[in-house]
Ligand binder design. Sequence first.
Ligand code: ATP
Ligand code: MG
Length: 207
Amino acid sequence: MAPGADVPGALPGPRVGILGGTFDPVHIGHLVAATWARDALALDRVILMVANDPWQKSTRRQVTPAEDRYAVVAAAVEGVPGLEPGRMEIDRGGPSYTVDTVRALTDLEPTSCLHLIVGADVASDLGTWHDVDALASLVRLVIVDRGGVAPSADPPGWQVERLRIPAIDISSSELRDRLAARSTVDYLIPDPAIRCILRLGLYAGSR
Ligand code: ATP
Ligand code: MG
């Protein structure tokens, strides 16, 4: 049966979105993707799932400690209806494989209909993910536009929904550089998250 397909006679379960990321740091591109997916797909909640060890990145650069990235995400979504920070991958430890997270969520909430939300850049990269066929059988894939990234064909083997969102051409990489240079990130990162970054003393050194 397709992921999240209705079982005859059963009440439909919660509709849950998962936006996984390194969030180093979180920014409005992530938040617009999450809130637009929440509303367009009538999701009960969207979890911003903070990667513990983003194994495809951590061999290439120094990633901010997971607890700090999580604290900034938690500050960013505090009070935002339907958005929540996710720490399952941090609590599990080790390299973060989305398939493990989705399996754990499915065990916890077997009736939930899981929607994996990804930007267009990630959508064309899914073939490199761990145990990707199993993952594709467990979720619906929501591909959101990403400013500066040309849309590509639907990845094969997935149940895909496309979501148009305003093009926001920013990245965490660019924001890390701006923070290190002490340039403004106002309006690109929510105020409570900026305050958390300053309180924790993150991104102040040169990178
Ligand atoms: P980095 O530059 O460090 O890779 P990033 O901005 O790409 O950071 P990630 O944590 O890698 O942020 O992204 C998490 C998810 O959010 C991915 O699915 C990514 O495609 C999506 N995303 C990130 N930035 C945007 C944006 N500006 N618009 C839409 N989606 C985005
Ligand atoms: Mg990225």
